[in-house]
Design a protein around this ligand. Structure first.
Ligand code: SAH
Ligand code: DHB
Ligand code: MG
Length: 235
């Protein structure tokens, strides 16, 4: 690993020590996921806190997540929701969902998270067809080749004024460094072209370094001024 990457990790560790109190729910989720053999690709602690702060700043009550894995990012999001809030997290692998359920319970957020197992694109289509209550926030972090399609789905499910965050945008622009294009790279390029052509969203990308190396988050806001609390059905 290049020396620079070591420094990025060391700085992340220093910042975590300063800004993040020890937390059995979050640390337990990482340890149990690793012990269960899940890939260690969850957001970093500081990135998780960024998601948490965005959700809290929005006063979000409903959050959508694509890519649950062991539920690490889910815990950060769930803990920031307004009272009565809910995260709906879409995951392909039943085994990941099983590990996540136990992690979410340990972190005390199981009652705020609904897991839907299956291909995210199918679940998104079902949710759109069912007229699912709009979300205030979405975090797209599933398989990268389909990110453009996930963004289209999220645009139909996130309310005006809502926020969409997309992980691993820069990692998958490796083509810029002359690497062989892969489906993840093509997926991210299609996603960014789709953002540029979408009049209902404004977005930016923040390049990041840290314990996960060199990468980036896309941050998007859906146009308009939706209610901070969409009316609940029947209310
Ligand atoms: N958001 C998590 C990390 C997610 S890793 C965190 O930061 O803690 C990506 C996840 O997406 C994996 O669990 C993988 O199984 C899942 N995934 C891959 N393809 C998928 C698909 N088609 N639909 C739903 N989930 C998918
Ligand atoms: C991978 C996926 C992720 O969502 C991530 O944040 C890092 C790596 C991967 O599939 O390698
Ligand atoms: Mg990711």
């Amino acid at each position: 690993m290049p020396a620079e990457d070591e420094r990025w990790r060391a700085v992340d560790e220093y910042l975590e020590g300063e800004l993040l109190p020890r937390d059995e729910g979050l640390e337990g989720a990482v340890a149990a996921s690793e012990a269960a053999g899940l890939p260690s690709i969850q957001v970093s602690p500081l990135q998780g806190k960024l998601l948490h702060l965005l959700v809290a700043s929005l006063g979000a009550r409903r959050a959508l997540e694509l890519g649950l894995l062991g539920g690490y990012s889910t815990i950060w999001i769930a803990r920031a929701l307004a009272p009565g809030g809910r995260v709906v997290s879409l995951e392909l692998e039943p085994r990941h969902a099983e590990v996540a359920r136990s992690n979410l319970a340990r972190a005390g957020v199981a009652d705020r998270v609904e897991i839907r197992v299956g291909p995210a694109l199918d679940t998104l289509r079902t949710m759109i067809a069912d007229g699912t209550e709009p979300f205030d926030f979405a975090f797209l972090d599933a398989d990268k080749p389909r990110t453009a399609e996930y963004f289209e789905g999220a645009m139909q499910l996130v309310r005006p004024g809502g926020v969409i965050v997309v992980d691993n945008v820069v990692r998958h622009l490796a083509v810029l460094a002359g690497d062989t294009p892969d489906p993840g790279t093509e997926g991210m390029r299609r996603f960014l072209a789709r953002v540029a052509a979408e009049p209902r969203a404004r977005g930016t990308v923040i390049q990041t370094v840290g314990r996960k190396g060199y990468d980036g988050f896309a941050l998007l806001r859906v146009a308009g001024e939706g209610p901070a609390r969409p009316p609940t059905k029947g209310a």
